[in-house]
Design a protein around this ligand. Sequence first.
Ligand code: AMP
Length: 458
Amino acid sequence: MCGIVGIANAAGAAEYTYVGLHAIQHRAIEYAGMVTTDGSDAFTHHGTGVVRQVFNQPILDNLHGRFALGHIRYATVEDKNSHQRNIQPLIATVGDSFVAIAHNGNLTNADSLRQELLNDGALFATSLDTEVILHRFMRASGTPTERLIKALDGVRGSYTLVLLMPDMMIATVDPSGNRPLMLGQKDGGYFIASESAAFQAMGVTRMREIEPREIIAITKDTIKTSFLPDWTAGVRRRCRFEHVYYALPSSIMFGQDVANFRLRLGRALELTSPTLDADYVFGVPDSATFIAYGYGASGRSGIYVPGILRNHYVGRTFIQGRQGLRDTGVSRKFSVVPEFVRGKKIALIDDSIVRLTTMPRLVERLRALDAKEIHVRIGSPQVISPCHYGIDTPTHSELAAAMMSLDAMKTRINCDSLEFLSLKTLRSLSSKPDDYCYACWTGQYPACMEPQENAAPT
Ligand code: AMP
């Protein structure tokens, strides 16, 4: 997953970008980059690691201008076998001018589009699908908005994009609206971010979401909205996993308050899969905390207590590259409060099971502290299919639920019972359930974003 922050027309644009990226650091921790402009020149800095490792005050002081574009990302399938520096924003210079681009999402026909460009003499500096869009933009004619529409015609998959040029910033969201992008405002400047939580950190007023197909072009004096053609014929496929896991609870996304959604999710999970007479409800922090709180709300299935603590200096274990690192990450990441465990019946709530790295280790900890019973409840259905749209679950063989029966998972976890939220219940939590993508839980990829190529190895 990735995160984007764009600032148009604000003093201290680089500092704002730093603060905004830092606020959404949970979305990606491996690379960070920024491009700024003073209206003519571009200033850039990119690096490996989290935002506070990549940037410092002297670096920010050299990122001049009132427009800035920042990006954070983690390594994905595109980085395998690649020796290139796949760090965004990408930047192309032409004469005195430049175009920088930042992308969240994943294209599903990037390989064939890349091949077309290669046949036409294009040279690629990275293995990112985003570079395909950049080349197509550079080759198109017309105003920046017209060029963007031409560049995206025939591009399939998921994208939120922000482009920066010397005198303009442009943002757009793909017609399915798969990934989030927000618009904010402060002192005459405009602010763009993958999550509204970034606006809180920047002290910016959240205006609204950028709608699917919408193109917003901002100069120092104007802001204009236009639209991409309706390539998906009105079909929306918002990522439900953003609500379940990725987004910060303090964000508002796809018209829903994330915290409120997770509380309702927890209540629905308790109704369908109660753990009657449990003493305590634990949530795996941070992403399942609100779900667990909702689960404990009725009091029938135990009372929510903060029985598992998270070390905030370890980072999200899932998004570290290799399995070995992930394994030690889980042990370093969590500690358990013995007071709440000894002799107790516990409902242990997580938002999802992916590779089955976290849960067996946590249950082992609870067993070692003499828990009486451990009932695992998961706030989403079994993840059985890789995501082609930007979430890093690349292969079937890595997905526990794709490879194992429910019983085998329960045995591996060593819990007293294991239940997942049903797809039906998940769908019931929205008034427009068909506007969402559920492909990771169903294996049914939306026709409007159908992977045309072997985008994800199986
Ligand atoms: P696992 O331990 O491999 O079963 O992964 C599940 C844990 O990682 C849960 O605690 C989730 O909160 C978190 N998680 C689930 N999906 C993802 C994802 N796509 N990226 C990062 N973390 C995830």
